[in-house]
Design a protein around this ligand. Structure first.
Ligand code: GUN
Length: 330
């Protein structure tokens, strides 16, 4: 009898890694509080987008859990770009506000680019301001490991998962699927800073499988459920799945999770289930992978908290250290 050995891929648990980072952030916030600084985050949520509301509430709640201060601004959908620019200018001017986050997407009539560029680079905890985009690409010394960069939260989370899981990046071929400003492009830049050889594939790439089959690290961020199939993956590769796609079609769920009773029960109860950009069958071939849910998504808020503390330390920490030194001398 031939016994087929099934590869046991290692699961990279985003929830556990996020918990580690949050614990570190809480420690740092406590240390800052001892010198009279409570790191503060202002979140701007325009109008009523259900998904954004859930996401923002979670950000505000996590701030409270870690000893950060937060404020939520909820202007109506009808607000103009000019009015939002005034609102941002007000937040830029307030010393106790360390981080400013404008929840995206904004209504179509708002000039998103102008707004993102209006946020003070020192308070840009999303890392979307051109100054921070430039800093990210200009030097690895601004890397998140140096605790300096305000880098976009999702790709920063990917780097943390790889680093904390002891997965080698230097010299490896990293293939990034997707070229968005929020994930794909900054992820490619951060992997390059970590000395990977990087390939970026996108909707115009001819024969994506040709590249993914050679990937030691594959980052999928295109928002298409199960796009990466078993045939597209190199056995033993590290698969990082950024996709969080809600699937509501029963036949599709059965196709993604054949014989998975737990998923079927969950789908029957909720009427939907989450599927990443990587087909679940491909995970079986991997050396390690991030599950959906419970993988990359779990890191994003933790990295936002980390960026807020980094911003507080960079902007206000020096002043606090100076006053400590003065007090010690007195
Ligand atoms: N909407 C979806 N993801 C993000 C993000 O990372 N930052 C902001 N500001 N909005 C988002």
């Amino acid at each position: 009898m031939v016994v087929k050995m099934k590869r046991t891929a290692r699961i990279l648990n985003g929830i556990e890694i996020a918990a580690q980072i949050k614990a570190e952030v809480a420690e740092e916030a406590k240390a800052l509080a001892a010198s009279g600084i409570t790191p503060g985050l202002a979140v701007v949520l325009v109008g009523h987008v259900a998904a954004s509301e859930i996401y923002v509430r979670s950000k505000v709640k996590t701030c409270a859990e870690l000893g950060l201060w937060s404020e939520m601004l909820t202007p109506p959908e009808s607000i103009t770009t000019e009015e939002l620019l005034e609102l941002i200018a007000g937040l830029n001017a307030r010393d106790e506000v360390d981080g400013i986050l404008i929840q995206l997407p904004l209504p179509a009539h708002v000039d998103t680019r102008r707004l993102l560029e209006a946020v003070s680079p020192e308070k840009d905890v999303d890392g979307f301001h051109p100054i921070n985009v430039g800093r990210l690409q200009s030097s690895a010394s601004h890397g998140i490991e140096a605790g300096k960069a305000l880098a976009p939260c999702t790709p920063a989370g990917i780097i943390e998962i790889l680093r904390r899981s002891g997965i080698a990046v230097a010299g490896q071929h990293a293939v990034v699927l997707g070229r968005s400003e929020i994930v794909g492009k900054p992820a490619a830049m951060m992997l390059l800073n970590a000395s990977a050889t990087v390939t970026v594939c996108h909707s115009k790439t001819v024969d994506i499988g040709r590249y993914t089959r050679d990937a030691d690290i594959l980052v999928a961020a295109i928002g298409r459920p199960g796009f990466v199939t078993v045939e597209m993956v190199k056995p033993g590769a590290t698969l990082i799945d950024v996709g969080i796609n809600r699937v509501t079609d029963a036949a599709e769920v059965a196709r993604f999770f054949p014989g998975d009773a737990a998923r079927a029960a969950q789908f029957a109860q909720r009427g939907s289930t989450l599927v990443g950009d990587i087909h679940p069958a491909a995970f079986e071939l991997a050396g390690a992978y991030t599950p959906v849910p419970g993988g990359v998504g779990a890191l994003t808020i933790a990295m936002l908290m980390k960026n807020t503390v980094t911003a507080a330390k960079a902007r206000r920490g020096a002043a606090a250290r100076d006053s400590e030194v003065a007090a010690a001398k007195a």
